[in-house]
Design a protein around this ligand. Structure first.
Ligand code: LR7
Ligand code: MN
Length: 585
């Protein structure tokens, strides 16, 4: 391990505390009968007795590292309830200050017990699963943190200790990624000192989450590495399903269901319904999806694992030797972003599987907005594209022309890894693992900025009000920026004007009433393409909309005073002439 992680170890780290590491597991695993249990009936045969003792012992084997204090019915935020404080004056100011500092309402978090009990969120079938604790692999939980607030970090640690069977946990490894906040220095060390199974190591420079996690992994002793973000809460029974699946299939990388903890109220929003799986769009942004039909068919029970094309990145378990075999992480990635898609592609393309286990639930606080700069995400994504996406990386570059100019460093070692492991192509991955992702055609001259001749330097522009592609939002005209993204359109061979940077793809849709073009979900699966989404791009550049018998025209002042494309009687004027421009560096 040390050899393989050599690069990481060279960075140096300070081993601060090692509570428990090699401590005897047995002293905590009582083999006595539970108090009050009935004595064996006379005449019971030996094998009956053995069975009885076994069950008894297993009950003890699920004991957590530390018992959760009794549930406090009146406590703020207990059972994951929302906390809403009616604050005024100085207290209100402090609350606002906590939000602007952490992008999480840590004022509220500080008032909630670090040991709060969560309500049951699992499918009832999960509780019927019984595990043979002694045969499950052990794990090290690695939690990297950078400038995390006190109560969110410590609630994460307590929740792991209080929901994880002692016998399965080798240690929690906290990795401080060179934080500069005082509470994470001596006060943190003092707080955890004397705890069993909690170790704290510190990076000696800012490593970013990839190398920080690897630093933690490099001193781990468990069979399985379990990574968590530093603002999580584990639900009872979260770990067993992950380890059980890995025991059954050592090349499976398994994610818990990620429940949302509200950044403002700390409400725990999980539910027992079908979890979502991960995907991505052609900007290489991670997306969530409902479980597709073919996957539902493959599964035999609602508590079977769900295969997922990608993972969100923060929360997963992987067998340590398999993680090493797969080449851990790309250590050329900095700070935040991209590593989750890179790892997802690599897992699938190199013969593993990526799964979500419906019985494992972990809550995660999604902050109001990013609490630190994430500008490195671009070069990280480019590294992922360069190594794993073959020619499909062009689809990404077309939609992010600036990515092509990004200095992404050297990926030779990662390409060699791909070669060495004999990994499959991205085409295989798309066809086999993510068939639902629409693959754009990107025919030469038929994609990029959609520019008008009459209104020079104005382009089709689409800005969904939130991250979802909201059907019905109007397309506007905006000064061309050449950055792809929301000005990237493509004319498909079926005659659609597609907005397909995001998933699912949107299509320009015209109607006779408003005369404006809106983006709606493409309905091309209704062959032929529905008339309201069908256009003809003629050689003179006119975009003819057959169903309204009109042409797309650049109108500089629409009903709201702003320019937008609209359907008007065909005139052949320059305002009705369009062309695509793919701005290359
Ligand atoms: O420089 C850094 N050093 C760190 O140690 C930056 C971050 N970190 C730590 C950080 O303190 C945290 O514990 O790394 C962890 C992840 O950082 P977050 O919490 O700021 O990231 P996130 O939750 O916004 O982002 C998600 O995507 C990231 C892509 O790089 C990582 O994979 C995160 O782990 C991931 N989080 C999750 O998957 C939780 C569910 C969120 C979703 C969707
Ligand atoms: Mn996070």
């Amino acid at each position: 391990l040390v050899l393989l992680l050599g690069g990481v170890c060279l960075m140096g780290y300070l081993l601060l505390r090692s509570g428990g590491g090699g401590g005897s597991e047995d002293e905590n695993v009582s083999r006595r009968r539970a108090p009050g249990s009935a004595p064996m009936g006379a005449g019971a045969r030996d094998w009956d007795r053995d069975l009885d003792l076994d069950l008894d012992r297993d009950r003890d084997l699920s004991k957590p590292v530390y018992e959760k204090p009794p549930f406090d019915a009146g406590g703020l935020g207990e059972l994951g309830r929302a906390v809403k404080l009616d604050l005024r004056g100085e207290e209100r100011r402090k609350e606002q200050e906590s939000i602007s500092k952490h992008q999480i309402n840590t004022y509220v978090s500080d008032k909630i017990s670090l040991h709060r009990t969560l309500a049951e969120r699992r499918n009832p079938l999960c509780k019927e699963e019984k595990y043979d604790y002694r045969s499950l692999p052990t794990t090290s939980v690695v939690i990297a943190f950078y400038n995390e607030a006190w109560s969110t970090l410590l609630r994460t640690v307590h929740s792991v200790l209080e929901t994880t069977p002692d016998i399965l946990l080798n240690e929690i490894i906290l990795v401080d990624d060179y934080s500069d906040r005082a509470h994470l220095k001596a006060p943190l060390e003092a707080y955890i000192s004397g705890w069993r199974k909690v170790r704290l190591i510190r990076a000696t420079k800012r490593e970013g989450l990839v190398r920080a996690r690897l630093l933690g992994a490099s001193i781990s002793t468990g069979d399985v590495l379990t990574f968590l973000d530093c603002h999580c809460e584990c639900h009872v029974g979260w770990l067993e399903p992950l380890l059980h699946r890995i025991k059954e299939e050592p090349s499976a990388v398994v994610c818990p269901v990620i429940d949302v903890i509200d950044w403002n109220t700390f409400q725990y929003l999980g539910n027992a319904g079908e979890p979502q799986i991960g995907g991505f769009d052609w900007r290489l942004v991670f997306t969530w999806h409902v479980v597709p039909h073919y996957e539902q068919k493959r599964r035999r029970s609602p508590i079977d694992v769900i295969r997922s094309p990608t993972m969100a990145g923060g929360l997963f378990a992987v067998k340590k030797d398999y993680f090493l075999y797969l080449g851990t992480y790309d250590t050329g990635m900095e700070v935040w972003g991209g590593e989750n898609l890179e790892f997802s592609f690599r897992i699938w393309q190199c013969g593993g599987s990526l799964e979500v286990h419906p019985c494992s639930h972990v809550g995660h606080v999604f902050p109001k907005k990013a609490p630190y700069s994430r500008s490195k995400a671009l070069s990280n994504s480019v590294r992922a594209a360069e190594v794993w996406m073959d020619d499909y990386k062009e689809l990404y570059y077309h939609r992010n022309p600036h990515a092509r100019r990004e200095a992404f460093g050297d990926v030779t070692a990662r390409l060699q890894l791909r070669e060495k492991l004999g990994c499959k192509s991205f085409k295989w991955y798309l066809e086999t693992i993510y068939p639902d992702l629409g693959v754009p055609e990107d025919r030469r001259g038929m994609f990029g900025m959609l520019k008008n001749r009459g209104m020079a330097d104005y382009c089709f522009d689409y800005n969904p009000p939130n991250d979802d592609l909201v059907a019905g939002q109007r397309i506007i005209l905006y000064p061309c920026h050449g950055m792809g993204q929301n000005q990237f359109f493509e004319f498909s061979s079926a005659g659609e004007i597609q907005y397909n940077t995001r998933t699912p793809a949107g299509c320009a849709t015209g109607d006779n009433i408003s005369t404006y073009l809106s983006i709606q979900h493409c309905r091309a699966h209704l062959k032929p393409v529905p008339a309201d989404q069908r256009f003809e791009l003629r050689t003179d550049g006119t975009l003819f909309h057959k169903s309204s018998d009109k042409c797309v025209q650049a109108v500089d002042a629409t009903d709201n005073g702003k320019p937008a494309p609209a359907l008007r009687p065909c005139s052949g004027s320059a305002h009705q002439q369009w062309f695509f421009e793919e701005r290359m560096p």
